[in-house]
Design a protein around this ligand. Structure first.
Ligand SMILES: [Zn+2]
Length: 124
């Protein structure tokens, strides 16, 4: 059995405008996706994720933009996606009360079992 490069599943290449020129998905988590952990960590402008149903290459910067520019949330979101669009997972988290926006400082935080905003200490 071949040893898989655990930093990546699938292949995704884009041109300089971010259009996909080559895409191969692999099964990982719950679906067929492309996901590149090294790209997410080291090359925020490079594609790091393609969901199962859309031929859209997301970059680390895209994840960051979806997460109010907060790296710790972007990391959780990137970790969490395993077939769906990142924005869909964010919506699920908001609906399920797993993520919330602090009414005082306006920052996102993971709200499971949290009583105070981790950024400013406001009661939530
Ligand atoms: Zn706060």
């Amino acid at each position: 059995m071949a040893v898989r490069d655990r930093n990546r599943v699938g292949v995704c290449k884009v041109d300089k405008d971010g259009n996909i020129t080559e895409l191969h998905r692999e099964f990982w988590g719950q679906g067929w996706i492309y996901k590149d952990w090294a790209a997410f960590r080291e090359h925020p402008e490079a594609p790091c994720y393609v969901p199962e149903l859309d031929d859209v290459a997301y970059t680390g910067n895209d994840f960051l933009a979806m997460c109010n520019g907060q790296e710790e949330i972007a990391e959780e979101l990137f970790d969490g996606v395993d077939w769906q669009n990142p924005s869909t997972l964010m919506t699920d988290w908001e609906r399920d009360g797993e993520i919330d926006t602090c009414r005082k400082c306006g920052k996102l935080f993971l709200s499971y079992d949290v009583r105070k905003c981790p950024h400013c200490g406001e009661d939530v």
